[in-house]
Design a binder for this molecule. Structure first.
Ligand code: SAH
Length: 205
């Protein structure tokens, strides 16, 4: 409840998002040594030099993709521990998630099954060019930052679809919300953020 209060103080308004965050345990996504900090509004290490996102950022990104109504199919690049995946899986019909570090993907799979979430498709791959075969998507969310938005992600958006993505260098990034209207892409800058870089090429086993 304290975390929920913090999210509301920071401007999260969607009751749907707040309810899902309230009912989703975050501690199961963390190592035991860090699980006592699970309900603080901070990013925490999950191994392999990666982090679990700050709850405020998870809430803000989720709010950005559901604010125009129910979403059917979502693509997520950067599964990490799977916490963001868990939140979206409860608000969309299906989610396709891609992670380049295999042990993280396997751990995420285990945790998401534990929560009984079955509308998730997993892929161990470089997701910087999306997942074309399963597209188009009503929403795409990227939880690692490219320096420029990959055009493949724009192409895999359905009409009216939304892409929420951090863009920039390690020292300066902003969260963008792109909406597709035919061949036009409307871009809005939301907030300053700090994500790990979106790596291209080889995956990690
Ligand atoms: N969504 C997570 C946070 C993920 S951290 C959460 O809910 O907390 C970002 C993740 O993106 C890392 O696990 C990293 O390995 C992954 N990543 C980076 N570049 C990638 C790429 N090209 N394809 C797929 N995953 C990538």
């Amino acid at each position: 409840e304290r975390l929920l209060g913090r999210l509301m103080d920071q401007g999260i308004e969607s009751m749907e998002v707040l309810d899902v965050i309230r009912s989703t345990p975050r501690h199961i996504f963390l190592d035991e040594a860090l699980s006592h900090r699970a309900y603080e509004d901070v990013a925490l290490p999950i191994g392999h030099n990666q982090t679990i996102s700050q709850p405020y950022i998870v809430a803000r990104m989720t709010e950005a993709i559901i604010s125009t109504g129910p979403v059917d199919k979502v693509l997520e690049i950067g599964t990490g521990c799977g916490y963001q995946t868990a939140i979206i899986a409860q608000l969309a019909n299906s989610i396709y998630t891609v992670e380049r570090i295999r042990p993280l993907l396997e751990r995420a799979k285990k945790n998401l099954k534990l929560l009984g979430l079955r509308n998730i498709q997993y892929r161990h791959d470089d997701g910087s060019a999306g997942w074309k075969k399963s597209g188009p998507y009503d929403a795409i969310i990227t939880t690692a930052a490219p320096q420029q938005i990959p055009k493949e992600l724009l192409q895999q958006l359905a009409e009216g679809g939304r892409l929420v993505i951090p863009v920039g260098t390690e020292s300066h990034q902003e969260l963008r919300l792109i909406t597709r209207h035919g061949d036009e892409f409307n871009s809005e800058t939301l907030i300053a953020v700090r994500f790990v870089p979106l790596l291209k090429g080889q995956v990690q086993h």
